[in-house]
Design a protein around this ligand. Structure first.
Ligand SMILES: *[C@@H]1O[C@H](CO)[C@@H](O)[C@H](O)[C@H]1NC(C)=O
Ligand SMILES: *[C@@H]1O[C@H](CO)[C@@H](O)[C@H](O)[C@H]1NC(C)=O
Ligand SMILES: *[C@@H]1O[C@H](CO)[C@@H](O)[C@H](O)[C@H]1NC(C)=O
Ligand SMILES: *[C@@H]1O[C@H](CO)[C@@H](O)[C@H](O)[C@H]1NC(C)=O
Ligand SMILES: *[C@@H]1O[C@H](CO)[C@@H](O)[C@H](O)[C@H]1NC(C)=O
Length: 537
């Protein structure tokens, strides 16, 4: 049926191409509408073992006349667990608004309205197609779904809060993709989180799991505090919170102590800022001032030009250590509003080359979200940890001037097992070995972005235009067929097929930034094993 419909669509598209192209040229807004109508998917993050998926605009109202269809899988041989965190679809009949799961052997749903919906489904397959469709409606949040393989029967959704559980100690599995789901957390990793905080988001904030991957969390419930601090960590902002009865902490692997540094011997930088103040004294913002625990001005770079992305601050730990996080501040001086907004990390051992720290999922340089003012410390965690003697912070964007204080978190390495971490992942080499302090780094590629972007901005509209022409053609012909009474089923089904054709190019284009997929699963397994064993230890 699908194939037949598509053939017909394509023909009609050709026939009407001239007219439609003209039409489209004058009515660009039409495309936008097509895009909205065709794509009802919202936030989607998939990892090989778990993931999160919502309807468009969740938790806001989902749009009229949309479809979201996606097939999710876990490794072959495992069973899929689906957990619905939220379902709010405005329909009592499920005729035009519904959520439906279809596997090779079973169908679950359609679900809608006020019907009782199972919170959790354990399928006997490793693959399921999720389909959400909306007609015309006024309200409704749509849905939030998480999934995992049957290896994780303690899967929770991104919406579970600590006050949903009464036990004082428990373990749960957080799926990939909870970071960007709406909902508050308050507190921090050291003192604990208010019990009203979302568990999985707090775990990402705490550096216990990476958003792209998810993972097991261990939770301890404790007596509450009168006030909870709000800070930025791992790209998640926790808010200030008031007195609560209970708070929670995460069980830790014990590898997040502050690594001590001797300022003059162990911290170097590409340049530093010096100037003469009004009383004729020389004021230095030297690398030795880059320790977070020290009072006074920070390190600042000599160069304040925007495009000079080769400044660095280098720390020598004296020996190879396991580094699980970094805390940074800006200048800490109210009259010098300087701070680093984003940075990347390099690391190396005695005689090896500098390597770039990469994201856990894609093979790209990981850009960390840094400070948003000159004063407050911001934490970022390395999952998996860096194991190295030297690390280098390379600012990418900053406010006014590069100014940094840092603290590294981590521990001594256990004698045996650590080499596994980085040898397998073989990271990018960005610099030369010897004189690394003077001659540095090839320019970091971000400088070249504009060229690539230009190409994309030219090509994409062309491609979209062509697809749209075809798509509208398809739509028109199907409507005609319907009038003639064709054998392919209901009008809605046809519309669906055609919309699908229009939808896909847009959907891909649009969801690229949300959907995370894998290239190298074997490698990931090794890294994950490591994380898991870390957390257990
Ligand atoms: C899966 O479950 C359905 C019923 O729920 C059953 O009919 C089917 O045979 C099962 N398939 C497998 C592979 O176990
Ligand atoms: C859907 O369309 C109806 C009628 O045009 C309108 O009243 C309603 O607000 C729309 N709903 C949404 C979610 O846009
Ligand atoms: C100039 O710098 C010196 C040494 O850091 C300091 O003692 C003095 O107060 C500064 N003067 C002004 C006007 O800031
Ligand atoms: C690196 O150098 C330090 C001091 O120079 C030395 O103690 C250590 O054994 C060296 N490590 C390796 C792996 O060569
Ligand atoms: C090394 O790893 C093995 C299993 O991978 C584990 O049993 C052992 O305890 C680890 N040793 C250390 C020192 O962490």
């Amino acid at each position: 049926m699908v194939a037949g419909a598509r053939g017909g669509c394509a023909q009609a598209g050709a026939a009407r191409r001239g007219l439609l192209a003209l039409l489209l040229a004058v009515s660009a807004p039409l495309w936008l509408q097509a895009e909205e109508l065709g794509d009802g998917c919202g936030h989607i993050v998939t990892y090989k073992d778990s993931g999160t998926m919502t309807s468009k605009n969740y938790p806001g109202t989902y749009p009229n006349h949309t479809i979201c269809e996606k097939t999710i899988t876990v490794p072959k041989g495992k069973r899929l667990i689906l957990r619905l965190g939220d379902l709010d679809i405005e329909s009592q009949t499920c005729a035009s608004d519904y959520l439906l799961f279809t596997s090779s052997s079973d169908q679950y749903g359609p679900y809608c309205g006020s019907m009782t919906v199972p919170k959790e489904l354990l399928l006997n397959t490793s693959e399921v197609t999720v389909r959400f469709e909306s007609g015309s409606h006024i309200s409704g949040r749509g849905f939030l779904l998480t999934y995992a393989s049957s290896d994780h029967p303690d899967l929770i959704t991104c919406l579970e809060r600590a006050n949903h559980y009464l036990k004082t100690e428990y373990s749960k599995f957080c799926p990939a993709g909870c970071r960007d789901i709406a909902g508050d957390i308050s507190g921090n990793v050291v003192h604990g989180y208010r019990d009203t905080s979302l568990l999985c988001k707090a775990a990402i904030h705490a550096g216990v799991i990476a958003d792209e991957v998810g993972g097991q969390i261990g939770v301890l419930l404790r007596r509450g505090m009168s006030r909870y601090e709000g800070i930025l960590a791992n790209g998640v902002l926790s808010r200030h919170g008031s007195l609560s009865d209970k708070r929670f902490l995460f069980t830790s692997n014990g590898c997040s102590r502050s690594l001590s540094l001797e300022p003059d011997r162990q911290i170097r930088a590409s340049s530093s800022w010096e100037w003469i103040n009004e009383t004729g004294d020389q004021v230095r913002w030297s690398p030795g001032q880059a320790r977070l625990q020290d009072q006074g001005p920070s390190w600042a770079s000599g160069d304040r030009s925007k495009n000079h992305k080769r400044e660095w601050l280098r720390i020598d730990l004296g020996e190879k250590k396991k580094i699980t996080g970094i805390r940074t501040t800006g200048s800490t001086q109210s009259n010098f509003n300087f701070y680093v907004k984003s940075f990347v990390m390099n690391f190396r051992n005695n005689n090896s080359k500098w390597e770039t720290y990469k994201g856990i999922v894609n093979n790209e340089e990981k850009v960390f979200q840094g400070n948003s003012n000159f004063r407050d410390p911001v934490r970022n965690n390395f999952i998996p940890p860096i194991v190295a003697r030297y690390v280098r912070v390379i600012p990418q964007t900053w406010h006014q001037r590069i100014a940094l204080k840092v603290e590294l978190l981590g521990c001594q390495i256990a004698p045996s097992n650590d080499s596994l971490v980085w040898s397998k992942t073989s990271l990018n080499t960005v610099g030369s070995t010897n004189r690394e302090d003077e001659t540095i780094l090839k320019p970091i590629p971000s400088e070249e972005m504009p060229k690539g972007l230009n190409v994309i901005t030219i090509v994409t509209p062309l491609v979209l235009l062509v697809l749209l022409v075809a798509g509208v053609g398809i739509f028109v012909v199907l409507r005609k067929r319907k009038k003639k009474g064709n054998p392919y089923g209901s009008a809605k089904a046809q519309k669906t097929d055609c919309w699908k054709q229009i939808k896909y190019p847009f959907a891909r284009h649009q969801s690229a930034e949300f959907t995370i997929s894998y290239d190298n699963e074997k490698e990931m397994t090794q890294k994950l094993d490591l994380i898991t064993s870390d957390m257990a230890g």
